[in-house]
Design a protein around this ligand. Sequence first.
Ligand SMILES: [Zn+2]
Length: 231
Amino acid sequence: MTPIFVLSGAGLSAASGVPTFRDANGLWEGHAVEDVATPEAWFRDRELVRRFYDQRRLRCADVSPNAGHLALAELQRTLGPERVALVTQNIDGLLQAAGAPDVVEMHGSLWRLRCEVDEEHPRVSTAGAQGRSARCGCGALLRPAVVWFGEMPEHLERIYRMLRRCRTFVSVGTSGVVYPAAGMVFEAKKAGARCIEVNPKPVGGAFDEVSAEGSETALPRLVESWLQAYR
Ligand SMILES: [Zn+2]
């Protein structure tokens, strides 16, 4: 049983000041972000893609978890990972930095590298700038272990298993337009869960309850009520 399932997106980290890496025109160094975050971009120009992720990693190293991350981490520590699923689209590692013991990173992590030819090969931790010649044990080059445009999100089987058993589904700071994350609320509803959205610009729709505010203020309050209900 996984009574509480929390899906988080960029809005959870907004109050921490995680930069978006888009200028006023939506570009990074003249490139559409979508064009430096694809497997095609990697095989076309590895140096460019490494630089993009190096910048993100270096900037994220100065960023701290906010009250929203801390509340979710406390919730999972108190009730246990078998009763609280924390699934995130974020690659910044801030839920772990807040002390959450079991975070499912569906879009991978800035803090790991993986083999460029076989994603099953062991992942390697990284900090700062990626070594230019870092290689997998098989001899292939390592790439950022993040899920790029056109790639499948990770851990989907586990995610859907937890989703089908949840009683409360919470969507935090996600736009609700990108699948498969956007469809999770419907899966949770089918399972009979109460669906709550936390978002300053809510999507509404399938949600039973909407908290139209930042997660750094909404989550500490919601977590307190869940701790009382489930303890
Ligand atoms: Zn390999």
